[in-house]
Design a protein around this ligand. Sequence first.
Ligand SMILES: NCc1[nH]cc(CCC(=O)O)c1CC(=O)O
Length: 311
Amino acid sequence: MTFLVGTRGSKLSLAQTNWVISELQKQNPGSEFEIKTITTKGDTDTRALFTIDQKGIFEKEIDKAVAEKQIDFAVHSLKDVPSDISKSLTIACVPKRESANDVLITKDGFNLKTIPLNAVVGTSSLRRAVQVSRIRPDVVVKPVRGNIETRINKVIDGKFDAIILAEAGISRLGLDVKHSVLSTKDFPPSPGQGALAIVCRADDDKTISMLKKIEDKKSRIEIEAERALSDYVESGCRFPVGALAIANSGMLKLTVTAYSVDGKKSITIEKTGDIDKPRNLGQDVGEELQKIGIAEIASNWRESLDEWNKK
Ligand SMILES: NCc1[nH]cc(CCC(=O)O)c1CC(=O)O
């Protein structure tokens, strides 16, 4: 059988999709796969930054094609998949997660301590903007647009002294670029960062069983806890947070940090829970954040985002 696979046309999305197909072919000899690239709003609307209201800007059109049976499954970066995907679809497979860390990319191999005073740092994430300003309040953070290669070229061309990207993106592309890995303590990542989500129709048992052969249990457990937290916070305060779950030797630990608009205040909660109930852990941490007053420190996120988008 030939499976039709949907993906964005970016180099990263194609690299991810080709990797998934090679892993599937190892476990499903004889299955054929044909890639169909689909343009998403996030690919064309380079003006607008990732504002909170534009959920699924890199996912919606591709999952629509799955739902309408134009393709059999879609390969996404999991962190770009909103929690409220159509009930007719399912994240059938989460393959082995790559690094969840962010990295600082510079032309001359600086790190966050050694980049020059008042350096211009580019990021398309308000979470990263707040995190870098807490450590280096002198640097000037500016929004940066475009796909990974385009952003890196803006550092090489001197338009930015540094940019912040996900380590998973540069490693999947095999990019040999000077970078320093940022700790998940200072830069807790977006929920699901470094993981992939393979989405198909919830009633397509044949495709689901084929995809399940490359499921990574540890990665699934971790992202389920992170997404449950993200669902909870989105439904509550709707602003970006940093979250990382680690499943190790039978234990599941979730660490979440939320920041005030100016980055001066933060709340960090670390909790362990039942490894077989990751969503419960995510919800428990969400409830604890609500109890200790996340709404207050999260107020004005929207105004700040609008301000930031105007830079
Ligand atoms: N839409 C942004 C996006 N979605 C997935 C990745 C990187 C790969 C990943 O996190 O799995 C990126 C780029 C970035 O954050 O640097």
